[in-house]
Write a protein that binds this ligand. Structure first.
Ligand SMILES: Nc1nc2c(c(=O)[nH]1)N[C@H]1C(S)=C(S)[C@@H](COP(=O)(O)OP(=O)(O)OC[C@H]3O[C@@H](n4cnc5c(=O)[nH]c(N)nc54)[C@H](O)[C@@H]3O)O[C@H]1N2
Ligand SMILES: Nc1nc2c(c(=O)[nH]1)N[C@H]1C(S)=C(S)[C@@H](COP(=O)(O)OP(=O)(O)OC[C@H]3O[C@@H](n4cnc5c(=O)[nH]c(N)nc54)[C@H](O)[C@@H]3O)O[C@H]1N2
Ligand code: SF4
Ligand SMILES: [Mo]
Length: 761
């Protein structure tokens, strides 16, 4: 027998911001194993359990390989692309003819940030089709940071990141890199950096209602009452001014309004003494003072805030204050502090959003039809989507595109969206699986598996602690010749304009898109196109690299980067650590940093109201786990085996007070809904706080996720009240809302200890 030779491919894992280099060991068509690539210039051998599952994802029999169309009996049938296109035309035409493009919207999900074809070409779907607005999980994630960046630095994606590799004091609030591997802070092996900081005599502090995996490896855990971080940080600002610790360094000369603006902020912080906030935050006044002093007097130090500070009642205030505290203590735009990364390939997201190019917050330019929610940076809360589908009247949403998303599980009130989706006249999805959301689609177009796709991280380098570039060619050719998702996106845009999908001249539109993006970066598109024999995402990526900050500008700088050069270095190219570049970054109307945008500081009045509000007996916060990725890795046997991770964490005192025991099935109820979930007693969570993971709630009829269905878990977003948002950004407050916990269904023995899958009601 002839032995099939082993091939080892090097590529970057697309699953999270750590961008780990992997070695894919392939024999024939089979992935034998996946190991870390120790030579990867960026990750140097770091990897997590998810990275080793790209083979399982590729081989997953449930993964779609061909388009599917919903049949009258509700099942899906595999069809040719031509048939799928025809069905889309048939579905979209009457909706648009009768109700206009206003009746069409799209939901674009998280994997876009990791997939350069999707994220770039979704711009065509949105821009060309005339769809007036779209929905995304950005408002259950980082919208507060976008608002702050827009107002302070003049661009919603100008988000500074902690230089964690060169700092000696790392204070993390509302972030758990032990699970998430870092967020809006792309760094390989954040936990390794945390060990390094401590080994070298520095300190790591975690401010979180839960003693997370990160807190367990830190020097100190400061428990904080959910939703009170802004008050905690205002008190830190107070201390900095009161004790003469304000020192902005070189940033001082770039602040709009200069010293007066800084002084005005000091006056604003006057009433916010640590004593005043101690009760509400649960953090002793001395500890707030101590931390402010420590941050101010440590030369290389940084305060980092992430999703726990965004997905909460005062998301924008809290996120803004993280930047402010770093700025006031001289830890901004300097080594070891908060800095602005420099990606080698610019991204589409750095283009100004129409209508928001510069100037004052022209938010609230329109409102959602049903709830009247004001638009912020083009978005309204994603929880509006279900009512926009179900509420009759002019402007009702009748057709929906979903691109790489699962809003039934990931959006607040996802259960209501689940009930609303069957009311659509047309639903067309791009996804690799029939998930809880796409099961409602009329047509699903499959993407390629990660191992069938070329890869270059799109937005992630915008948040990377070092500049660099890595390109991974596909490991496998797709079994059949089929169009990339970018092409489907273009064809769908055409269909919205009345051109049958099959007839659309994709190449011409692609050329036009290329030219527009080239022009925005000072390149003559037509001349640049002469360099290529083929269009599509690879051509665009080359443009982005060549006209980027390290690029060769099509020959002007022969030493500059091109995609070919990046490709010739399969272990990646390191382009060095972050450098101070605030002056280049600032793009506000005055060209200066706006320290205290009035739009944001106006919300301090609301925060004051929070201080005296009685604390509910129990509030809910969310968590992530290393072996999970939002909603979509639960079909991988290796990632879901072992103990059930979809549990409610509760402090032993809270459990005892309710007569609950570990493993009991409990009912959690909020003002929005209720779920049943097994209880896990844990002294690592504050009293008065319980925690659930999101992304569970599988096992729904019609979804095709056989493994996930055996361990479905429950959907925590059934509990998330859609109307609870951070008012400045519209970002969902999925953390810190009140819940009650009682024994579940009385007809079941509550003391039974087996972890049972939960149920949604
Ligand atoms: N309660 C609560 N809710 C939350 C959060 C929370 O902390 N708490 N977190 C929020 C956050 S931060 C996020 S980002 C969202 C995530 O919300 P979503 O983006 O809606 O959900 P995902 O689970 O990431 O679903 C991604 C889908 O994309 C598909 N996919 C993967 N790769 C590709 C590809 O290459 N092409 C295509 N077409 N599809 C692909 C997967 O199969 C999966 O179905 O959830 C949010 N929801
Ligand atoms: N393994 C894994 N990795 C992931 C993901 C995943 O699902 N699984 N998702 C990816 C995505 S899309 C994102 S956006 C990132 C998110 O990455 P992170 O921001 O690190 O998110 P989490 O791990 O959820 O940690 C959030 C922490 O905030 C705490 N928290 C909740 N409410 C509050 C509060 O009011 N104040 C404070 N101070 N803390 C609070 C929670 O207890 C939790 O420990 O992770 C990414 N990486
Ligand atoms: S940490 Fe895990 S999921 Fe993230 S890039 Fe690395 S291997 Fe992939
Ligand atoms: Mo996210």
């Amino acid at each position: 027998m002839v032995e099939i030779p082993l091939a080892v491919h090097r590529r970057t894992c697309p699953l999270c911001e750590a961008m780990c280099g992997l070695k894919i060991h392939v024999r024939g068509d089979e992935v034998e194993k996946i190991t870390p690539d120790a030579d990867d210039v960026w990750s140097k051998g770091h990897i997590c359990p998810k990275g080793t599952t790209l083979g399982a994802l590729h081989h997953d029999p449930d993964r779609l390989r061909r388009p599917v169309v919903k049949q009258p009996d509700g099942t899906f049938k595999e069809v040719s692309y031509a048939e799928a296109y025809a069905r889309c035309d048939e579905l979209l035409a009457p909706v648009i003819a009768e109700h206009g493009i206003e009746a069409v919207t799209a939901y674009v999900g998280n994997p876009l940030a990791h997939a350069f074809d999707l994220s770039r070409y979704v711009g065509i779907l949105i821009g060309m089709s005339g769809i007036p607005m779209i929905y995304s999980p950005g408002v259950v994630d980082q919208w507060p940071k976008n608002v702050g960046a827009h107002l302070m630095y003049g661009g919603m994606w100008k988000i500074p990141v902690p230089d964690v590799q060169r700092t000696d004091l790392f204070i993390a609030m509302g972030a758990n890199p032990q699970a998430s591997q870092g967020s809006l802070m792309a760094c390989p092996d954040v936990m390794g950096e945390i060990s390094r900081i401590r080994r070298e005599g520095g300190r790591v502090v975690v401010v979180d209602p839960r003693r997370t995996g990160t807190a367990a490896k830190a020097d100190e855990w400061i428990p904080i009452v959910p939703g009170t971080d802004a008050a905690f940080l205002m008190a830190m600002v107070h201390v900095l001014f009161a004790e003469g610790l304000v020192e902005l360094g070189h940033v001082a000369e770039l602040v709009e309004g200069g010293r007066d603006a800084v002084d005005a902020l000091g006056r604003l912080a006057g009433p916010w003494t640590p004593e005043r906030v101690a009760g509400a935050t649960g953090v002793p006044a001395d500890r707030i003072r101590g931390l402010a002093r420590e941050l101010a007097t440590t030369r290389r130090a940084v305060l980092y805030g992430r999703i726990g500070l965004c997905n909460q009642e005062f998301g924008t205030l809290a996120s803004w204050l993280v930047d402010v505290v770093n700025i006031l203590t001289g830890h901004f735009d300097v080594e070891g502090g908060l800095m602005f990364p420099l990606p080698a390939a610019w991204t589409v997201s750095d283009l100004p959003m129409p209508g928001l190019e510069k100037g004052a917050p022209n938010f609230g330019r329109w409102r959602s039809r049903v709830r009247g929610a004001p638009e912020v940076l083009g978005h309204v809360p994603v929880s509006c989507l279900h009512e926009e589908i179900t509420t009759p009247g002019e402007g009702r949403i009748r057709a929906l595109f979903t691109v790489a998303g699962n809003p039934v599980l990931s959006s607040p009130e996802g259960d209501r969206l689940d009930a609303a989706l069957p009311r659509l006249d047309a639903m067309i999805s791009l996804d690799l699986w029939i998930n809880e959301t796409t099961r409602h689609a009329d047509v699903i177009f499959p993407g390629f598996s990660a191992l069938e796709s070329p890869h270059f991280d799109d937005m992630i380098w915008m948040f990377a602690v070092r500049s660099g570039a890595k390109f991974s060619p596909p490991v496998f050719e797709p079994v059949e010749e089929r169009p990339g998702e970018w092409e489907i996106l273009i064809r769908l845009a055409g269909a919205c304009l009345g051109t049958p999908m099959a007839d659309l001249d994709v190449a011409t539109i692609d050329d036009g898109f290329f030219d527009v993006l080239a022009m925005a970066h000072g390149v003559d598109g037509a001349a640049a196109r002469a360099h290529y024999t083929e269009g599509g995402p690879m051509r665009l990526l080359d443009l982005q690299i060549r006209s980027g900050p390290f690029g060769d500008r099509y020959g002007e700088d022969p030493d500059g980067l091109t995609l070919d050069k990046v490709r010739s270095r399969p272990d990646g190219i390191d382009l060095g650590p972050m450098r101070p570049r605030l002056r280049d970054v600032l793009d506000t109307e005055s060209g200066r940093l706006v320290l205290a945008p009035p739009y944001i500081t106006a919300d301090l009045t609301r925060l004051e109201g929070r201080l005296d509000r009685p604390r509910p007996e129990l509030v809910l916060v969310n968590r992530r786990h290393l072996r999970s990725n939002n909603s979509w890795l639960h079909n991988v046997p290796n990632l879901v085996k072992g103990t059930n991770r979809c549990t409610l964490l509760m402090h032993p005192e809270d459990a005892a007070g309710r007569g609950l025991a570990d493993g009991d099935l409990v009912r959690v109820t909020s003002q929005s809904g209720s779920i049943e979930i097994p209880l896990e007693i844990d002294d690592g969570i504050m009293t008065g706080v319980v925690s659930t993971p999101h992304g569970w709630g599988h096992g729904k009829d019609g979804a095709r996720l056989a493994v996930a269905a055996t361990r479905p878990g429950v959907n925590t977003n059934t509990l998330s009240p859609g109307h609870l948002v951070d008012v400045l950004s519209g970002n969902a407050m999925v953390n810190g809302f009140e819940v009650t916990v009682t024994p579940a269904t009385p007809w079941e023995p509550v003391s039974e200890r087996t972890a049972r899958p939960g149920r949604t009601t």
